[in-house]
Design a protein around this ligand. Structure first.
Ligand code: MLT
Length: 262
């Protein structure tokens, strides 16, 4: 399914019926990373996954992608689908985008799941790393990005003993376009500090983190939980940054029990 939003085509999947849950994927992946959760929850909820601009089957215009632009695209998709409010689940870059969405449209958010993400902006070293990766993707392509990202995305045990998962994540990364990956890197490097927002987040919030996440470690998750008034924390054992793919049942169960409290 495609929606024409903000001048581009966005690909999305809309499954099931009931309370809408919108899933926002990580860098440098696509909506398919949410298949276990979207399919698992579609018997009781309306689950919507979207390829953000620059990813999967969506258009990838050559530009920088600010977190606000991604948030505007989500609003455009909600308009297209006639959604009023939804639960939003964002992992990593997906979480950065949900902070931007909350800043602009708190009224659209019934509840938040912030997974393997952080509120802090990039450090100067982090920004330099984005610049270097943009040059890598420009010169060497998506396979080189996959090789750089895999050790940040999956925990050592998954890298060693789950070739199927390594292959799936590699396939999702390499199915993107160079312009999209560069657009993400520029947008993430320029994203604002979201820590001042945390104390103003009023909706029910679940923070999830893989116990072995090195990209956005459990301390980043704790910082969000301490500052968001109604947040609670779920640590997923034996998982790194892509905790929803490494431990799909535990991740889905955490969302399910959170949704019961709404
Ligand atoms: C992600 O998973 O979205 C990225 O690791 C986020 C980042 O690089 O900051």
């Amino acid at each position: 399914m495609k929606a024409h939003v903000n001048g581009i085509d966005l690909a999305f999947l809309d499954q099931g019926q009931g309370m809408p849950i919108v899933f926002v994927h990580a860098f440098p992946l696509s909506k398919a990373m949410w298949n276990p959760q979207a399919e698992g929850l579609a018997s009781a909820f309306r689950t919507i996954t979207v390829d953000l601009r620059g990813h999967g089957e969506s258009d990838a215009p050559l530009w920088y992608y600010s977190m606000e632009q991604f948030a505007d695209d989500l609003v455009g998709l909600m308009d297209h689908l006639g959604l009023g409010r939804a639960v939003f689940v964002g992992l990593s870059m997906g979480g950065y985008i949900l902070f931007a969405l909350y800043r602009k449209h708190p009224d659209l958010i019934k509840a938040l799941v912030l997974a393997d993400t952080r509120a802090q902006p990039d450090t100067p070293e982090g920004r330099a790393g984005r610049f270097a990766m943009a040059q890598t993707v420009h010169r060497e392509g998506l396979e080189a990005v996959a090789a750089l990202m895999l050790p940040k995305l999956l925990c050592p045990a998954s890298l060693k003993s789950r070739p199927d998962l390594v292959q799936t994540v590699t396939r999702l990364i390499t199915a993107n376009q160079v312009s999209g990956i560069a657009g993400d890197l520029m947008g993430m490097a320029l994203r604002p500090d979201s820590t001042p927002l945390l104390e103003h987040i009023r909706c029910p919030t679940l923070v999830i983190v893989g116990e072995e996440d090195v990209a956005t470690p459990p301390d980043d998750a704790r910082l969000m939980v301490y500052q968001i008034p109604s947040a609670r924390l779920q640590v997923i054992p034996s998982a790194g940054h892509l905790s929803n793919l490494e431990q799909p049942e535990a991740f889905t169960a955490a969302i399910q029990s959170f949704l019961k409290t709404l």
